[in-house]
Design a protein around this ligand. Structure first.
Ligand code: ADP
Length: 390
């Protein structure tokens, strides 16, 4: 049975087609620059990558081309062979603690949460509507980034603001990257051979978040009302004193300007002045660039701070998992983080740590806590959840 897994961004559409339940990827690709000119798409099939330039005004046009490609490449003979389409939706608030089949009420709820994910939720809805039009007979399923975090207790998700703000404005910690934290924690439990585990999952990419996962359930996570909380990220500040915002406002900056600074001009980019990409920061460190050295120090410190906090919150830890772009590939960031945890008896094995993009144990045999690299796979989670409804 064929399942299509999609992730619609404001100007992009990533997709994979799976043969289920085997979880075999038959074709994958991405449409880019939708609606902003110079659009193109790339597809990967049988180990080959093909790029085509084509005008794409909206997500529906991308879906139509996607379907043509599926037929042309003989992935399906007929559209009805696609039994389900799973959509990544970033913000599902408190309404969705698991994936759901999409109906008009679900779409209305996703719209309702748009103020909390102003770029992502409208893109998700565009993807859903396009998919419903182009592949009308497939079951449409929404898979929420926030769902995995709905198991947090109120002492962990509330902010110490007047409590009415939670009721009146929905101000609370929601957390993000939930599908990834869920995937790697499930995989780690598989490796450990049991479910009664205490895990710290570190999704460190361009955006980054860390979760504390007890017995397969999230008890705390570093992102908050929005993704700009917790860790220092590529271009996001992460945790700062909230009143900095007021101070900047009094200096004459507008809300939009402050938003732009906190999300696009801060983090590794803000401190280094060089780049938001940790590869560039690593190159800068090799060239002895002082601001890159400082940026990396601050970046690592924040990761260590959250791991230490969750170690205490969990009452110990069976395994720390590293995933996403930096977590899977940056041997030096992993080493800096684990070396900083030496006081807890956590130790890296440098030879094992010499791994990129592959599942591997990286802690030494005498480490008090197992450390693993587990490549994330949010797409297969979307396909699995979609398949579960059929
Ligand atoms: P996103 O949050 O956009 O999904 P990813 O998880 O794809 O991000 O991570 C992208 C980031 O991973 C890049 O910006 C880069 O900083 C980092 N990265 C990728 N490959 C490497 C590498 N080999 N070494 C260090 N960092 C890497």
């Amino acid at each position: 049975m064929k399942i299509l897994s999609v992730n619609a961004g404001s100007s992009s559409l990533k997709f994979q087609v799976y043969e289920m339940p085997e979880e075999e990827v038959l074709i994958s690709g991405v449409f880019e620059r939708i609606g902003i000119g110079n659009s193109f798409y790339t597809i990967k099939i049988n180990g080959e990558k093909i790029k085509k330039e084509i005008n794409l005004d909206n997500h529906e046009q991308a879906f139509k081309i996607l379907v043509d490609e599926l037929i042309e490449n003989k992935i399906v003979n007929d559209l009805n062979e696609i039994a389900g389409v799973g959509h990544r939706i970033v913000q599902g608030g408190e309404s969705f603690n698991k994936s759901v089949v999409i109906d008009d009420d679900v779409i209305a709820k996703i719209k309702e949460y748009t103020p909390l994910a102003p770029l992502h939720n409208p893109a998700g809805i565009s993807g859903i509507l396009a998919s419903k039009n182009v592949i009308p007979n497939a079951i449409q399923v929404a898979v929420f980034d926030t769902a995995f975090h709905t198991t947090m207790e109120e002492e962990n998700y509330l902010y110490a603001l007047p409590k009415s703000f939670y009721k009146d404005y929905g101000i609370r910690k929601y957390g993000y990257h939930g599908t990834s934290h869920k995937y790697v924690s499930m995989r780690m439990n598989e490796i450990l051979g049991r479910d009664d585990t205490k895990l710290i999952t570190c999704h460190i990419g361009n955006g980054g978040s860390i979760s504390a996962v007890k017995n397969g359930k999230c008890i705390d996570t570093s992102m908050g009302l929005t993704p700009n909380a917790g860790l220092i990220m590529g271009s996001r500040s992460g945790d700062i004193d909230a009143t900095i915002v007021l101070y900047l406002e009094k200096q004459g900056l507008s809300a939009d300007e402050i938003d732009d600074i906190l999300n696009k001009k801060s983090g590794l980019l803000g401190i280094s002045g060089v780049s938001s990409d940790s590869r560039d920061i690593e190159d800068g460190i090799k060239e002895n660039n002082k601001d890159c050295i400082l940026a990396q120090k601050m970046y690592v410190k924040k990761i260590v701070e959250y791991i230490a906090k969750y170690y205490v919150e969990l009452g110990g830890c069976d395994a720390i998992v590293f995933t996403a772009g930096v977590g899977e590939n940056s041997t030096s960031t992993r080493k800096d983080v684990i070396d900083s945890l030496a006081v807890l008896g956590i130790k890296i094995d440098d030879e094992r740590n010499n791994v990129r993009g592959k599942e591997a144990k990286i802690s030494s045999d005498d480490s008090s806590v197992l450390c693993y690299v587990i490549p994330t796979d949010e797409e297969v989670m979307i396909a699995r959840d979609t398949y579960s409804f059929i």
